[in-house]
Design a protein around this ligand. Structure first.
Ligand code: NDP
Length: 291
């Protein structure tokens, strides 16, 4: 049986680790804030490792899901010396493609594999085990890690060598920005027209404008609630990645630039709110026009 360990029990990582447990694959976890690993251990019987290296030493596959690029590289440095030869690190964080390639190089130097496996589908998809997983890396590493990926995802698409998964995820995040812009702005407009908002959402989701974000976040945003979700701060981090990757091609992306600007204009403390809080900014436009 594959021995899978997990690092990064946050909003995404915890439900993903629970799905690995349900599949009978999870042997242990490590989290920077130890209480989270201890709670998972109490619930599942998996080990709460004292440090990343202790966990890595007993794993065939190690899944990581941490915040950002430097966090991932810190974790990779901590686990690399301890991983058994042939082990594969599956990183589900969203980081730059170049960071994925740097992590893969560090692991290749100690005989371990690496797959960049960023995910989409939100905390709901993480809980349901239906995440869309975008894979970059070697076919052999993918074959070794596949049972773990299948426990966490509903769709596993191999897009190319290391970095290709993150390039696909950056593409996804540009689309998420555009959808957030369109849904929040349109619903703020609909409300300013005096429409019955619940019925409006029902009507819209049946037609050509229907989408995941409208159905999942529309009903809460119209009540002024923005449950997590996906934090503004994390999406802004992803859009900075998109901005850098586009700049390498000499391009500035309007949707990326506008969304970063609008996130920066959200009144503090916005970084820990769900991205649907953009609805506040869009609603304020109409409120301001009443003055
Ligand atoms: P959270 O902020 O909820 O969790 C982050 C996790 O990473 C925590 O377990 C945190 O530990 C850990 N961590 C952060 N920095 C370090 C570090 N330097 N060393 C060790 N551990 C660290 O974030 P999410 O779970 O929401 O997101 C995780 C990743 O998944 C991000 O890259 C995000 O962009 C991506 N993602 C998020 C989605 C979402 O809807 N939330 C959807 C798809 C992808 P601690 O508990 O100590 O803080």
């Amino acid at each position: 049986m594959l021995r899978v360990g997990f690092i990064g029990l946050g909003a995404m990582g915890l439900p993903m680790a629970l799905n690995l447990h349900r599949a009978g694959l999870l042997v242990g976890a490590w989290n920077r804030t130890r209480a989270r690993a201890e709670a998972l251990a109490a619930e599942t019987g998996a080990t709460a490792a004292a440090n990343p290296a202790e966990l890595a030493a007993g794993c065939d596959v190690l899944v990581t899901c941490v915040s950002a690029d430097d966090d991932l590289l810190e974790v990779i440095d901590a686990v690399a010396p301890a991983l058994p030869a042939g082990a594969v690190v599956v990183d589900c964080s969203t980081v730059a493609a170049a960071t994925a390639r740097a992590a893969a190089a560090k692991l290749a130097a100690v005989g371990a594999g690496f797959l960049d496996c960023p995910v989409s589908g939100g905390t709901e998809g993480a809980a349901a085990g239906t995440l869309s997983i975008m894979v970059g890396g070697d076919e052999t590493h993918l074959a070794a890690a596949r049972p773990a990926l299948e426990a966490m995802g509903g769709s596993i698409v191999h897009l190319g060598p290391v970095g290709a998964g993150q390039a696909a995820k950056a593409t996804n995040q540009i689309m998420v920005a555009g959808i957030n812009q369109a849904v929040t702005e349109a619903l703020a407009f609909g409300r300013a027209q005096g429409l019955p908002m619940d019925r409006l959402i029902t009507a819209l989701e049946q037609g050509a404008a229907g989408n995941w974000f409208l159905s999942r976040r529309g009903p809460t945003m119209i009540r002024g609630e923005y449950p997590l979700g996906f934090k503004v701060g994390l999406h802004a981090k992803d859009l900075e990645i998109c901005r850098r990757m586009a700049a390498e091609l000499g391009v500035k992306l309007p949707v990326v630039e506008m969304t970063l600007l609008h996130y920066a204009r959200l009144p503090a403390p916005s970084a820990d709110e769900d991205i649907s809080a953009l609805f506040r900014l869009k609603s304020d436009m109409f409120d301001a026009s009443d003055d």
